[in-house]
Design a protein around this ligand. Structure first.
Ligand code: ZN
Length: 395
């Protein structure tokens, strides 16, 4: 039997787990009910389980009967503070919603753990199952890395994979080598001047024109100093200064979101932005402090691992069910932190129900988005196959 056959056999149990999670979604880094459901679903499998200390993460290690490398498989577990409007019979019973499909990710990863645990005797190496809370902005993956995720099996994983559901024709995988999702950064600038009377600017150091100049200078900077084919979106979203119309304030501030598609542009921004901002402030007799916070790095798929994953999955699911994405997605992912450390691949799995037109389907994070849990067999089998492609011997 293939992993696909075995996954199809356990599909009803995976669907039941997904629907249980869907009805009781939890948000953030602490998901006690979700963690309990995961532990319950893994009960009885030969796994070494470690729980997060700062969060409700679950790290489960499957040790193959023979030595070999380690492969990491990840499923994120958190929901969103969205009130569900799908009308599904198993819809959320609280104010949160699994509107990004992470309930499927949990069930799919449990499925992969069951499929691989059943083949433990023929596994040459180890599999680390990463059940991660806090993907939606809390950087749960980073917390797990800081708590020793990559040492879970005793050696650093040789490869890492994650599959994320999105609307689209059910059962079609899509990925690409290189950048698959954007990096998200926050720029905060405080310009320090010297306040005074609004009628006597020459007696003060006015920080207000400096932030005004920065709004436009930053736009010119991103168009003049970077390759147009490696784009950056820099949007100033916050401005603050002053409390009275006749008083020049001591300071003024600016906040912006900065989206990047490559590690190179991210590094350049990090390096150049403080000098750029401080030089403009200095030109007006002010000083500036610049904070450039990387929320999530660019998600970069490893070229060799991704080509291998595409060809392996095409061998399993057929050529036309595994597509090559032409462009990255401008959203962000904290699996990027894992891919900075381990060569691997982030893959999308399309999961619209057959009655929904993929062209007009509601997208992730919508209160009306629908994901068909029939894809759980594909998700579980694909994750197991990707691990097996590194560790499997006889089948
Ligand atoms: Zn998501």
């Amino acid at each position: 039997m293939t992993f696909v056959d075995e996954a199809t056999e356990i599909l009803p149990e995976l669907v039941a787990l997904r629907r249980l999670l869907h009805g009781a979604p939890e948000v953030g880094l602490v998901l006690p009910e979700t963690q309990a459901a995961v532990l319950d679903a893994l009960d009885g499998l030969e796994l070494e389980i470690t729980l997060g200390s700062g969060t409700t993460s679950v790290t489960a290690v499957l040790r193959g009967a023979r030595p070999g490398p380690t492969v990491l498989l990840r499923g994120d577990m958190d929901a969103l503070p969205v009130v569900e409007l799908t009308g599904l019979e198993y819809a959320s019973t609280n104010q949160n919603m699994h509107a990004c499909g992470h309930d499927l990710h949990v069930a799919g990863l449990v499925g992969a753990a069951r499929l691989l645990a059943a083949r433990r005797q023929s596994l040459a190496g180890n599999v680390v199952f990463m059940f991660q809370p806090g993907e939606e902005g809390d950087g749960g993956a980073k917390v797990m890395l800081d708590e020793g995720l990559l040492d879970a099996s005793g050696e650093k994983p040789a490869a890492a994979y994650a599959i994320h559901v999105v609307p689209g024709p059910r059962g079609v995988f899509t990925t690409r080598p290189g950048t698959i999702m954007a990096g998200a950064n926050e720029l905060q600038v405080i310009v320090h001047g010297a306040g005074g009377h609004g009628s006597k600017p020459q007696m003060s150091r006015d920080p207000v024109p400096v932030v005004a100049e920065l709004v436009t200078a930053l736009q010119t900077y991103v168009t003049r100093r970077f390759d147009v084919f490696d784009p950056i979106v820099l949007t100033v979203t916050q401005l603050a200064a002053g409390a009275a119309s006749n008083v020049i304030p001591d300071r003024a501030s600016l906040g912006a979101t900065v989206r990047t598609l490559s590690a190179a542009t991210h590094a350049q921004l990090r390096e150049e932005l403080p000098d750029f901002v401080e030089s403009i402030a200095a030109a007006h007799g002010c000083t500036a402090t610049t904070t450039f916070i990387t929320q999530y790095p660019v998600t970069v798929n490893h070229a060799v691992e991704t080509e291998a994953a595409i060809s392996h999955l095409r061998g399993v699911f057929g050529e036309n069910r595994v597509q090559r994405a032409e462009q990255p997605v401008m959203g962000s992912e904290d699996f990027s932190f894992v891919l900075q450390e381990v060569p691997g691949t982030f893959i999308f799995l399309m999961a619209s129900p057959p009655e929904v037109d993929p062209a007009t389907a509601e997208y992730n994070h919508s209160p009306r988005v629908l994901f068909d849990d029939e894809v759980l067999a594909d998700q579980a089998a694909a994750l197991a196959e990707l691990a097996w492609s590194h560790l499997g011997s006889d089948r």
